[in-house]
Design a protein around this ligand. Structure first.
Ligand code: NAI
Ligand code: PYR
Ligand code: MG
Length: 366
């Protein structure tokens, strides 16, 4: 198969869809790989590194899309890329369709085979191609939150770890999944008081087992959330309903209950966010303030640490990419139920029910 690796063009997105190690593996399996010149630079991989393992380098994104049967990338295609996508071309990347009707409609129109990293699901119900980026984003959420709690950027002016004689900051984590656990761990490591909430008792039991005593678990319901937002300095949104729009656990009216300078890092923004006032931001302009509450909602947080993220991502995507290249998407999905769950749009037809529900479409669009 001919595989193309374009340069990411989303704001401050320096990850790349495949490392030279990945190209090595594809070439070993007799596939042809075209990499756009400079695609890996932000992650520390240069054209010569790719050429050394057998890839050919193309100058433009147009050339890569035009020649490839399968595009392997990181983020969803953005508007400038839509028309480059060919009928029947496999796109293997993050899409987060439920948060973008325009993207969904564009991919239907292009009639591509859209296999979304974030809905590939293993037998245990976990999301192997989302997990490493959630690990990155969960850890980063505390770094970013700590930064925006500083007064010069309109935060409350609270040091998360406190100092002797002064109580530490308080962090409320919504969701005890991958993002939530990593965020809680980082915050606890800094010495903050942490409350972590979920509706899944198994996740709360797990958090209770693995976390130090200054991490407290609480069942997630509106009453408890309303209580805790008043006393916590930093709130991390890490909830997910697979493939669906995230639920609004913090509504607009609740911002008034928070103290001025409270910071919300809504990691769940890529599925629409779990805070009503969340709207996607970029690394260039990551925050905005509503009712004195600082909102951070960058939809590609791991893009800011591409050295770590590119390798972590391709460690998990590569085996699937090789299978897709070896077998073609139909056979690969037939043989691998996890990969099949990644099929979101096939030749103009939405095949993932949660997307249809997200837009209240009555039937599968085609
Ligand atoms: N902004 C960014 O750059 C990134 C965003 N993400 C996003 O972060 C979100 C979380 O991802 P993961 O942690 O991997 O998902 P996960 O599936 O591991 O965890 C989500 C948790 O939310 C819980 N949950 C569901 N409804 C809830 C409710 N009402 N209250 C409290 N908890 C609830 C679930 O029980 C589950 O434990 C996803 O939307 C993911 O796409 C992930 C990586 C990067
Ligand atoms: C998961 C995701 O949205 C990201 O890594 O950017
Ligand atoms: Mg307020």
């Amino acid at each position: 198969m001919i595989v193309g690796i374009p340069t990411e063009i989303k704001n401050n997105e320096s990850r790349v869809g495949m490392t030279p190690a990945g190209v090595f593996e594809l070439v070993k399996n007799n596939h042809t790989v075209y990499v756009q010149s400079g695609a890996g630079e932000g992650s520390g991989f240069f054209d010569a590194d790719y050429q050394q393992v057998g890839a050919s380098v193309l100058e433009t994104i147009q050339e890569v899309y035009a020649i490839a049967e399968m595009i392997v990338k990181v983020k969803e295609p953005i508007a400038e890329e839509y028309d480059l996508i060919k009928e029947g071309q496999i796109l293997f990347t993050y899409f987060h369709f439920a948060s973008s009707e325009p993207l969904t409609k564009a991919m239907i129109k292009q009639k591509a085979i859209c296999i979304a990293y974030e809905t590939v699901e293993d037998e245990e119900g976990t999301l192997p191609l989302l997990t490493p980026m959630s690990e990155v984003a969960g850890r980063m959420a505390i770094q970013q939150g700590a930064k925006y709690l500083e007064k010069p950027v309109k935060g409350r002016g609270v040091l998360l770890g406190g100092v002797p004689g002064v109580a530490p900051g308080r962090v409320l984590v919504l969701g005890a999944g991958v993002v939530g656990i990593q965020a809680a761990k980082m915050a606890a490591g800094l010495g903050a008081h942490v409350t972590i909430m979920d509706i899944n008792m198994k996740r709360l039991r797990y958090a209770n087992d693995v976390m130090p005593p200054h991490v407290v678990t609480e069942f997630s319901n509106e009453y408890n959330i309303r209580k805790h937002i008043k006393t916590h300095d930093l709130i991390i949104g890490g909830v997910l309903l697979k493939g669906k729009k995230a639920p609004n656990l913090i509504t607009r009216d609740m911002l008034k209950e928070m103290r001025p300078g409270t910071v919300i890092v809504d990691v769940a923004v890529d599925q629409g966010g779990c805070v009503e006032t969340t709207k996607p931001t970029t690394h260039e302009d990551p925050i905005y303030i509503i009712d004195d509450v600082v909102h951070y909602s960058v939809a590609n947080m791991p893009g800011a640490v591409p050295y770590t993220s590119t390798v972590a991502l391709t460690n998990v995507t590569l085996p699937y990419a090789v299978r897709l290249a070896n077998l073609g998407w139909e056979k690969a999905c037939e043989k691998d139920a996890s990969l099949k769950k990644g099929l979101n749009i096939v030749s103009g037809k939405v095949v993932y029910q949660e997307i249809i529900e997200a837009f209240s479409w009555e039937e599968v669009l085609s």
